[in-house]
Design a protein. Structure first.
Lengths: 831, 409
């Protein structure tokens, strides 16, 4: 349809509607319905039909329910864009709110609350109040939700009219369970939002979800719909019982929920059980045993998407207590038809539950997957075999398996296997004989991936005395020096050739000469090459100490039954509140919209488009950052967009704040003891400021009395222990608006930069725009194990701010270290 | 939102790699059903399991309204209805009522005036219908009347099997469903007895006599429709319930021990040089001689470069299907205690490319065996009690189907 045609069509619709407006002829409803359908279908495919607004409203006087609904839908979609016209609809909506038919009362009230026009709020309060007192349950359910909608449009109008208090009354006393459920949703959301700004609301919320309400909800749990049960169970999971007996009572009441057909209810119940018993170790374990059967049922029934959601949770539990699941490994066997995201989780779980008794079977099963069509899964399976081999003692059979992979003659299988065989040899040198025999048969030109090449070259060098043709193979590699792009491979080659020379000098003199010549001529490398040859970096055997700290894991566990578990990140890492705060209330924050490819059911509106822009920008930015993870590209669009949508008052680059404000990640114990120390830190910094030390200085340089050790040694376990024990010495909020740091696209560049400043990284994670780092540094000339500074740094590139928490063995120099850290952040550049 | 999904998920290779994706500040949870994507968009740390379950239930609801089909055309033809339904099943992001039973009471395709008020000035407490919309027995309305009271009960099991090349049982389980179709008047109370272990033991205790000889079944896990009184199940170990009207799934269970496999497959695949393969598959039925299986399909994967295949079968028909790279052998009716074989000579096109070892996907089977349960589960009794004391006719059927029935070769 071209534009002219469409215009004609709309004008036509307009006149037809106008003619029908006053008509009371028989059959007129049917004609109207067809016209309305046409209008709605145009609206659905994105044609602007807002020009028909007044005609549509004129025709709205009808007793036909379907017509009414279409009219409400139309009004709801365009009211936001045409607030002046929306006023026209108030009258008939209010009238419908007083209709004799409860269905119409409910529908009208819902539409009225969904107009989302701020200056119409005054017309909303009256109908809402009557709606909450309506004698019909349907109307009350709608009204309860209406209160929440009102809160999002005009929070003060909602609280000033005491609507939350009314909801509280209904929560306890309403005979209709769905009303209770909706009150619960509304109150929970309102108080959570309020609590962010007011202490009183926080207390209020705690009080609200105290024992009386929890018991009232639990007692009627069976009356709720399955969805409302999920909601109630979630609230219950946050309740802290007074003593174990109370916990047992609650669990007894809820035990049968584990047999519910709705998987969401089962999962919600599991969460309650896990949370209630978290401090009772033995019962907690019994809970695992109890919930196993329902979980295993859930993963084998339903769609793959559903089982993925459940598997993610099972995965979390398996990782927490692999022994408890070691006899259930067969449930984690992959089906041929499982999608790869399910297979991947299953393989990880198989790896985790492997132990002495089931290892052989698991490895046999994993070897089957190595022949999978899906390359990613094949790799995953081979790595899993390797991981099991490195974890367990009796690896006889596993080594055989691994070597068989080499005989499959598939490039990627060979590549993965070579890397693993190398790691194995570092841990179990006794297997060298068997391995070398097979590795020797690998044709070197099938090995292309740098990691695999390095592994092969390392083995050739290390075991050159046992491998007859090692010199010739290495010679081939040296000849290909010029075509070799990977520095890693070149380095490995140099050291391998040198090792070869010591073992078999006559054969290898020429090769060594050639390799050294090539190495010297190499434009990319300088002195490090020589250093690497003489002092080859010993690659550590892959360590499986988890990269995620146990604190992070506990947080994820606390957020059981949510996206955190699926993403394996606590919610603060992927939810960006400030980011969202910049938009006015446009799309329902928790709304679920069903979108189908052919018919877009999401209603278009301007602010939604604004949000689309954001989605596109940040997502494209994300992709870019993935592509160029190492060189971190600067994305100016993103920044300008941010600055225009969220104007920010200019703030000093560094603020020292009382660490009460930042609760993220700090243990409660630590928080209690820090008040005094903070004031000390503040004053220390105040003096620094007075002295005009707010200059940039060379990190760790002579301008400061604090010097850092260039090679501090701290293992993750000690870090964790110290982090748990030490109080926070200093908290800083650092703003880097407009600085290169704001364009950080991956953790790596910052890690390297900080390392140059003698601040080392223990762990890092996150994606644009949220990153989290744990750093450490040590004061120079400290006795071993002391003088450490531990840092937790939360970085948000979209708000260009960093929250830094510093803990120190010696708190007297914490503020000095803070300065070093701050200046290191400031001097970061993406060069 | 729609564009974000289209650009970042539908038009990339990532489609199908993970059903939960984050774009910008939003998480997209999606499912594909026939040619339609259903997407849940959330900006909070939402409950993923609940979101997927909601999608599944919503689709079931749409299907119930559209008469079974859920595809592009159904959506195009029913968009007004979809708007109406969406309005009722979800309010401000919170799921409301998704029970087709109840929704059908007040959302009708005919769009008649709502059932609530045929009379004006109705200020009495809510009528029946409203109670059902939100009330206590949410799944059944009162005042139903049937001339003939009938209950149909189907036990449908699907057997999942993963067998190794050597014939060892790697993994085997049965997931079963008890499906009911009730055409009963009034508010009947039903009680179902099965030959499962817990139920029988309980009974033995109560009646103080040993349970009858015969097999008892140990259920690994059971879940019930919301109508089942779970408290009574836990205390008395009986399945008692007031059923919804029409069709519903009463219970689901899972069994891993003591499974009677309906079929065993003995494959032998020999690669004879580069261009020939010999496939021999023997299938043995293990169920009773008086029973038979229907719609048996055996799919034997062959390499991509297969040119043609010559078959010999003792029963049924076999054919090479190049589109799926499989030899497909179909047997319409497979008698019990029988042994059928298919042998095939497969010719391969010799390729210039290097020898690529062929990853042999497993042989898959499809079948249905009526009147057979792989678990051995049987209905012992089904009692219907209603205050008017009418008689009911009960029909019980059993069927076992193949779930993912895979044999490696």
């Amino acid at each position: 349809m071209n534009a002219d045609n469409r215009k004609g069509e709309l004008a036509d619709l307009k006149t037809q509607l106008r003619q029908l407006a006053g008509s009371r002829a028989a059959g007129v409803e049917d004609v109207k319905r067809e016209l309305y359908k046409k209008v709605i279908s145009y609206m659905t495919i994105g044609i602007d039909v807002s020009g028909l607004f007044s005609e549509m409203v004129m025709c709205s006087a009808t007793s036909d329910l379907v017509l009414k609904k279409m009219c409400y839908l139309y009004v709801g979609s365009y009211a936001k864009v045409h607030p002046d016209l929306a006023l026209l609809t108030i009258n008939f909506l209010q009238k419908d709110c007083r209709d004799d038919d409860p269905m119409i009362r409910g529908l009208a009230l819902r539409s009225l609350c969904s107009l989302r026009v701020k200056n119409l709020v005054e017309y909303l309060v009256g109908p809402l109040r009557t709606g909450l007192k309506d004698n019909n349950g349907y109307v009350r359910t709608v009204a309860a939700m209406g209160v929440l909608k009102l809160y999002h449009i005009a929070p003060s109008a909602c609280t000033d009219n005491d609507f939350p208090a009314t909801l509280k009354g209904l929560l306890i006393h309403d005979p209709d369970a769905q009303v209770v459920a909706n009150c619960l949703s509304a109150l929970q959301e309102i108080y959570t939002l309020e609590a962010a700004s007011s202490e009183a609301a926080l207390k209020e919320r705690e009080l609200l979800f105290g024992r009386p309400v929890i018991y009232a909800l639990l007692n009627r749990i069976k009356e709720f719909t399955e969805w409302a049960q999920c909601l109630v169970l979630d609230v219950v999971s946050k309740y802290v019982p007074a003593d174990p007996n109370e916990s047992f009572d609650i669990m007894n009441v809820l035990e049968d929920r584990l047999q519910h057909a709705n998987s969401a209810v089962v999962l919600a119940t599991i969460k309650v059980f896990l949370q209630l018993t978290i401090s009772m170790a033995d019962v907690h374990q019994q809970v695992y045993e109890r919930i196993k059967a329902p979980l295993l049922t859930l993963i084998s029934s339903g769609s793959s998407e559903q089982s993925y959601a459940v598997l993610s949770h099972l995965h979390l539990l398996v990782m927490r207590a692999p022994m408890l699941f070691s006899s259930d490994y067969k449930h984690f066997y992959c089906r041929y038809s499982d999608p790869s995201y399910v297979k991947k989780l299953k393989i990880e779980m198989l790896t985790a539950v492997a132990n002495e008794s089931n290892m052989y079977e698991i490895v046999t099963e994993l070897s089957e997957y190595a022949a999978n069509v899906d390359v990613a899964i094949t790799r995953e399976a081979i790595r899993a075999v390797g991981r099991i081999a490195l974890q367990l003692y009796d690896v006889n059979a596993i080594v055989d398996r691994l070597l068989q992979f080499l005989e499959m003659e598939k490039d990627y299988v060979t590549a993965e296997t070579l890397v693993l065989v190398k790691d194995l040899l570092r841990k179990y040198p006794q297997w060298s004989h068997d391995c070398i025999a097979v590795v020797g048969n690998v044709s070197s030109n099938t090995v292309q991936e740098p990691k695999a090449k390095s592994a092969l070259i390392w083995m050739l060098g290390e075991y050159s005395h046992d491998m007859l043709d090692a010199p010739y193979v290495l010679e081939g590699f040296v000849e290909g020096w010029a075509e070799e792009d990977s520095a890693e491979v070149r380095l490995e080659l140099l050291s391998a050739v040198s090792k070869l020379f010591f073992k078999r000098p006559p054969e290898s003199q020429k090769i060594l000469g050639a390799a050294l010549a090539a190495g010297i001529a190499d434009a990319h490398q300088g002195v490090e090459v020589a250093e690497c040859v003489i002092n080859p970096p010993k690659q550590a055997v892959s360590v499986f100490a988890d990269t995620q700290s146990s604190e992070i894991k506990d947080r994820i566990f606390d957020e059981f039954n949510s996206l955190s578990v699926v993403y394996r990140e606590p919610s603060f890492m992927f939810l960006d509140k400030e980011h969202r705060g910049a938009y006015d209330y446009s799309e329902d924050p928790a709304a679920v919209s069903l979108v189908s490819a052919p018919a877009d059911l999401v209603l278009p509106s301007q602010s939604l488009e604004a949000n689309d822009n954001d989605l596109l920008l940040s997502a494209s930015e994300k992709e870019e950052s993935r592509g160029t993870a190492s060189n971190g590209s600067y994305v100016p669009d993103f920044l300008t967009y941010e600055s225009s949508s969220a104007p920010r008052s200019p703030s000093p680059p560094l603020q020292v704040v009382a660490n009460r404000n930042s609760s993220i990640g700090s243990a409660p114990v630590a928080r209690a003891t820090t008040a005094g120390r903070t004031s000390q830190a503040v004053s220390a910094l105040g003096i620094d400021d007075l002295l005009g030390l707010n200059l940039t200085f060379s990190p760790g340089g002579p301008s400061l009395s604090l010097k850092l050790n260039s090679k501090p040694a701290l293992d993750p376990a000690t870090f964790q222990r110290k982090w748990g024990q030490l109080p926070i010495a200093l908290t800083m909020d650092h703003s880097f608006f407009g600085q290169p740091l704001a364009a950080l696209s991956g953790p790596q560049p910052l890690l390297r930069h900080m390392q140059e400043n003698l601040i080392h990284c223990m762990a890092s994670g996150g994606q644009v725009p949220q990153f989290k780092f744990f750093f450490f540094a040590q004061k120079v000339e400290s006795p071993p194990g002391t003088g450490f500074f531990l840092v937790e740094c939360l970085l948000n590139t979209s708000t260009a701010s960093a929250n830094v928490k510093i803990k120190a063995d010696d708190t007297s120099v914490a503020s000095k270290f803070g300065d070093i850290f701050r200046s290191a952040l400031t001097s970061f550049s993406l060069a | 939102m729609v564009d974000a999904f289209r650009i970042h998920i539908m038009q990339t290779k990532d489609l199908g790699t993970c059903p939960v994706r984050q774009i910008g500040g939003c998480s997209f949870l999606y499912m594909r059903i026939s040619n339609v994507y259903i997407v849940t968009v959330v900006s909070t740390n939402a409950n993923a399991a609940c979101a997927f379950k909601f999608i599944v239930e919503a689709v079931a609801l749409f299907k119930a309204y559209f008469g079974g089909a859920f595809d592009e055309d159904a959506i195009r033809n029913n968009f007004v209805l979809i708007y109406e339904l969406l309005d009722e099943i979800m309010d401000f992001g919170y799921p409301q009522n998704l029970s087709p039973e109840i929704l059908k009471l007040y959302i009708t395709q005919e769009g008649v005036r709502s059932p609530f008020s045929t009379k004006p000035q109705d200020t009495r407490p809510p009528a029946n219908a409203t109670l059902q919309v939100t009330g206590a027995v949410g799944w059944r309305r009162e005042g139903l009347l049937y001339k003939k009271n009938e209950v149909f009960l189907d036990i449908v099991e699907s057997v999942n099997l993963l067998m190794s090349q050597k014939g060892t049982n790697l993994r085997c389980d049965v997931t079963g469903k008890v499906l009911m179709k009730c055409f009963l008047s009034g508010m009947p109370d039903l009680k179902l007895g099965l030959n499962d272990k817990i139920g029988l033991e309980k009974e033995a205790q109560v009646k103080a006599r040993p349970s009858k000889s015969g097999k008892t079944i140990e259920l690994d896990d059971v879940t019930f429709h919301q109508c089942v009184n779970l408290t009574r199940f836990n205390s008395e170990k009986t399945v008692s319930f007031v059923p919804p009207d029409g069709e519903f799934e009463l219970m689901k269970y899972r069994i891993t021990e003591g499974i009677n496999l309906p079929f065993r497959v003995f494959p032998s695949i020999k690669e004879l040089g580069r261009t020939r393969m010999e496939v021999n598959v023997k299938v043995k039925s293990l169920f009773g001689a008086k029973m038979f299986a229907l719609g048996v399909v055996v799919k034997v994967p062959v390499p991509k470069q297969t040119a043609k295949a010559d078959f010999q079968v003792t029963s049924g028909r076999a054919k090479y299907h190049p589109s799926v790279d499989c030899l497909i052998w179909k047997i319409r009716k497979f008698p019990g205690q029988a042994e059928l074989t298919m042998s095939a000579e497969v010719e391969l096109i010799s390729t210039m490319a290097e020898k690529k070892s062929w990853t042999r996907p497993p042989i898959q089977m499809e079948f249905q065996v009526p009147m057979f349960t792989a678990s051995g589960l049987r209905v012992r009794f089904l009692k219907v009690w209603e205050k008017s004391g009418y008689n009911t006719v009960e029909w019980v059927r059993y069927i076992t189907r193949a779930g993912s029935y895979e044999v490696r070769c």
